[in-house]
Design a binder for this molecule. Sequence first.
Ligand code: PGA
Length: 248
Amino acid sequence: MARRRIIAGNWKMNKTPSEAVALVAELKDLVKNDDVDVVYCVPAIDIVPVAEAVKGTNVHVGAENFYIVDNGAFTGEISAPMLKDAGVEYVIIGHSERRDIFGENDILINQKVKKAFASGLTPILCCGESLALRKADTYKEWIERQITWDLDGVTADQVKKLVIAYEPIWAIGTGETATADQAEEVCGLIRKLIAKLYDQATADEVRIQYGGSMNAGNAAELLSKENIDGGLIGGASLKPDFGKIVNA
Ligand code: PGA
């Protein structure tokens, strides 16, 4: 089954609004590829200028986070209707930095996945194990538990549109990439789990990304794997290298 490739940049807490617009201009010609969905997931304050800057190009805009209520007394938060109105199509949910630094648990992450779908946003749902779990050889059970909790109550039709990012925490920002075989093992496992939780048709459609020190040098091999449909890219999304990953 041919799934459309999706290459998303996760800018994290980088780029002021004016720097963001400059980066969009720098990457504009490098990221052209009509066969790939290209997404820039950017800090909240960059969303409006980036949405304006990518108009007329092949780039889609994503957010890095949001809260599950539409409006009200939630100081510091941003809502799905705000994102939609600004032109956002994708939203990263459950990134390991949100889980580990900001204490987000699978109950909240599950609520966010459901709220994103209800609001017309496509979630990029992140999962991944720590180095300790990898060494203890319990990473497969961990990933299965994360995905099972995070998708509780999510329908098959929604999962068909979902993007799942497998990001081993030990490979994020460390320069240590999972080997293509290690990444493929877990992405294949996730697809099997989706077949078990839903059905084979849903498993065939869900798109699964690898993330963790993906760069211009290792992208082609990772993306050649059967169950890896794209990448969620941190550090390398802020450089011209991102264009090489889009076109790997
Ligand atoms: P990295 O980050 O590419 O810098 O390792 C990936 C991510 O955290 O999404």
